[in-house]
Ligand binder design. Structure first.
Ligand SMILES: Cc1cc2nc3c(=O)[nH]c(=O)nc-3n(C[C@H](O)[C@H](O)[C@H](O)COP(=O)(O)O)c2cc1C
Ligand SMILES: O=C(O)C(=O)c1ccccc1
Length: 387
């Protein structure tokens, strides 16, 4: 067991993950597309918003508990769907789902996970959501939807911002694939990651669990970029959301909205929530940060639909800022992936503990004890909105 007692912030988890995770998979997570300017803006725009410090207000009896799409959560934070999570750590999706369940926050499983829906279902709690990527093969998508339903997933998160893949230079240079190819460079790098290798040798799961063995003819996914270009449906549109919603029959969350006009279409689609997101800066480089895009979307549709956000959250302070600007839920991607890479399930738990403590303490310093009462009044005038 790793001693996590000196780990005090998400940045510490990132540094440890970088040491323990093979370079190809560390780089895959810590990448944005092209110049990575949107990836950077996601964080720097959070930092430019300043709090108003209040004093001598009773801080006792604090609570960060609320609901996301009616689901009780201990704080408005869910684990974002992330592809290849089981390559950050052996059986990574199971580890993350267990940590989320224990903490009382939702876990979202990506279509592109290593552990399958069925693998994870045994370990996930009530907040087990499935993220859908729409492929050209509609029969496969229908089966995927049915599998998520059979596994008891409480919401379907439909991602609309990845019909094609934003180019991430490092993935191409590293020859990203799962399992990694036995090249000299990879073998040399793996030799420096004994914990990771030992974990992987103890599990059979190294390929895409929702896809391998479920789609006829799909065996070679070693070139992920080429495979995505081949399989993902570039014609995806709002009409598809309609048939998916009908087939699913449960709660729907639309992921990847950055503009009020698309937010209105998400409302029209009958979704229960939308996620303001630029995919963690991994798709359209040059798009604004998600925290900059959030206020206009809350203004446009916040009374009709639950607005969530992700992209750039690295602390509980960021969660509080998003909440105060109207996000009724947030998602963390890298923040939990780094915990996972650093120390498996315990590392994800650590990430959640860090974020919860930062959220709770900052709320108190801003003069509030109940997250439900927090609004824009916690900000210094002139430091928001950003962008
Ligand atoms: C390594 C990685 C893989 C991802 N894979 C998916 C995915 O399979 N499906 C999806 O909808 N979003 C995916 N995303 C985007 C996340 O769901 C989320 O929008 C993003 O990570 C939020 O930004 P953050 O990492 O700064 O918190 C991925 C993000 C990362 C970092
Ligand atoms: O890497 C990603 O951001 C992502 O969503 C994805 C896309 C295609 C395959 C695997 C993951």
């Amino acid at each position: 067991m790793t001693d996590l007692s000196k780990i005090t912030c998400i940045e510490d988890l990132r540094v440890l993950a970088k040491r323990r995770v093979p370079r190809m998979f560390y780089d895959y997570a810590d990448s944005g597309s092209w110049t990575e300017s949107t990836y950077r803006a996601n964080q720097s725009d959070f930092q430019s918003i300043l709090f108003k410090q209040r004093v001598a207000i009773n801080m006792e009896g604090r609570s960060t508990a609320t609901t996301m799409i009616g689901e009780p959560v201990t704080m408005p934070v869910a684990l974002a769907p992330t592809g290849l999570t089981g390559m950050q750590h052996a059986d990574g999706e199971i580890a993350a789902a267990r940590a989320a369940r224990q903490f009382g926050v939702p876990f979202t499983l990506s279509t592109m996970s290593i552990c399958s829906i069925e693998d994870v279902a045994e370990h996930a709690g009530k907040g087990f959501w499935f993220q859908l990527y729409v492929m050209r093969d509609r029969d496969f998508i229908e089966r995927l939807i049915d599998r998520a339903k059979a596994a008891g997933c409480g919401a379907l998160v439909i991602t609309l911002d990845l019909q094609i893949l934003g180019q991430r230079h490092k993935d191409i240079k590293n020859g990203l694939s799962t399992p990694p190819k036995p090249t000299i460079a990879n073998l040399i790098n793996l030799a420096t990651k004994p914990r990771w290798v030992a974990g992987m040798l103890a599990t059979p799961r190294r390929k895409f669990g929702n896809i391998h063995g479920h789609v006829k003819g799909v065996t070679d996914m070693s070139n992920l970029g080429a495979w995505t270009a081949d399989q993902f449906d570039p014609r995806l549109n709002w009409g598809d959301v309609e048939w998916i919603k009908r087939r699913w029959g449960g709660k729907i969350i639309i992921k990847g909205i950055m503009e009020p006009e698309d937010a209105r279409l998400a409302v029209d689609s009958g979704a229960d929530a939308l996620i303001v997101s630029n995919h963690g800066g991994r798709q359209l480089d040059g798009a604004p940060s998600a925290i900059a895009a959030l206020p206009a979307i809350v203004d446009a549709v916040g009374k009709q639909i639950e607005v969530h956000m992700d992209s750039g959250i690295r602390s509980g302070q960021d969660v509080l800022k998003a909440w105060a600007l109207g996000a009724r839920g947030t998602y963390i991607g890298r923040a939990f992936l780094w915990g996972l890479g650093a120390a498996g399930e315990a590392g994800v738990t650590k990430a959640l503990q860090i974020i919860h403590k930062e959220l709770d303490t900052t709320m108190a310093f801003c003069g509030h004890t109940q997250i439900g009462n927090v609004d824009k009044g916690i900000f210094r005038a002139g430091t928001y909105p950003v962008g």
